[in-house]
Design a protein around this ligand. Sequence first.
Ligand code: CP
Length: 309
Amino acid sequence: MNEFYNKDIISIKDYSKDQLEKIFDYTEKIMNLDLPTRREICKGKTLSYLFYEPSTRTRLSFESAMASIGGNSLGISDISSSSTQKGESLADTVKIMSIYSDVVILRHPLDGSSRFASEVSSKPIINAGSGTEEHPTQAIQDLFTIKKEKKKIDGLKIGIIGDLKYGRTVYSLLAGLGNYDVDVHLISPKPLQIRSDSIYEIRKKLTFTESTDLEEYIEDLDVVYVTRIQKERFPDEEEYLKVKGSYVIGLDMQKKMKEDSIILHPLPRLDEISIDVDKTKNAKYFEQAENGKYTRAALLGLILNENGF
Ligand code: CP
């Protein structure tokens, strides 16, 4: 039996390097399969999604992934149109979604929401973003993109820039990078430094520096991972305005980077990468978003097929 079969994806911390590498191999396999064969992988299977927060990439890439492997999707993308408005609980909503489908994708503003959902669901839960805590499938797509673009992960110098306090993709990415031998530099405004209590375990596997100065590191980095300042998670707008626009990757900054370094961003972006950088060969964030479709197709194929594909 394949080890991912019928399993939840709650936290990237649950995955070893060996397991991540297997997922990357299956992702490559899906990318190289001819369309008729690909469409057999989840034929007759249904994915459901339940998004308590807005999403473009995560929800649509899951839908697109499921369609590409022959399955179908149904779900709630706007919670205000669901019976949550009548007071239905998360537990009951998840139970119902799991009756109607084979796997449930959940995004929710609370830390621990996916773990809780997995306890009440009759089908596997995939965490599509839980509070400021985790976004494990984003990290899988990020790591896959790094490996695809740089041909390796071990040995790289990786800068993670921006909102490290509220950006959940950062916590999943750091936990994933803990499986590799990498040199990590965290660069953020002081008020948005990494939450030390949330990386207690990660620190045992990963060493990193912390700085406010991007210029100090930019010339050495192999991967420049930029994040959006998460306005929606600030307790008040005044605090947001103090750090808004702290780091902007424009052409001036891009010119200082190594020729073969890559710029990633989980997206959406606001002003932290200027659009004239998009056409440079360092910009890989749209490829990264595309890779999300294939990594998610691989994960669905593995979760929904006892013997893999
Ligand atoms: N990267 C990401 O999670 O994007 P969405 O919020 O659009 O899903």
